[in-house]
Design a protein. Structure first.
Length: 139
């Protein structure tokens, strides 16, 4: 795990799900997932968008900071179809569903409206890949 991830996870847990720095004020969750090849457990801090019509669902974005490939956590979650989520002070199990085209576009556009860095990630990956959006629903 990178030092940045470790520091973010520590700060998240010490401050009831809030972090500072570049993510101050942004909604963050910790995703627990198993490596699809190695079987080890990983924890990845990611921004999320609440589902406005279902408080038991959130959306996460496999931006990888605009890299040409999706992050490992995306492949691990889609392979497993499930994850554990730490959100604020609670932890729960969730199912994973990748959003199809039009739904994905609508949700991603809303995230980019709220957090313009997401529009930049999409610009960086244009013609290379479409950034996946996953819906995590509490079990």
């Amino acid at each position: 795990m990178s030092d940045w991830n470790a520091q973010t996870i520590t700060e998240f847990r010490a401050n009831e799900g809030k972090v500072g720095g570049v993510f101050e004020g942004a909604p963050i969750v910790l995703l627990h997932h198993r490596g699809r090849k190695c079987g080890r457990e990983f924890v990845s801090p990611v921004m999320y968008l609440p589902n406005e019509t279902d408080s038991d669902s959130i959306y996460v974005f496999a931006t990888s900071g605009g890299a040409p490939t999706s992050p490992d956590w995306y492949f691990n979650l889609t392979a497993a179809g499930a994850a554990s989520v730490e959100r604020g002070t609670e932890a729960y199990q969730a199912t994973v569903r990748e959003l199809p085209d039009a739904e994905r576009d609508r949700i991603y556009a809303e995230q980019a409206r709220r957090f313009p860095g997401f529009a930049e990630y999409e610009r960086q990956t244009a013609g290379i890949r479409t950034i996946p959006v996953l819906e995590l629903s509490r079990v």
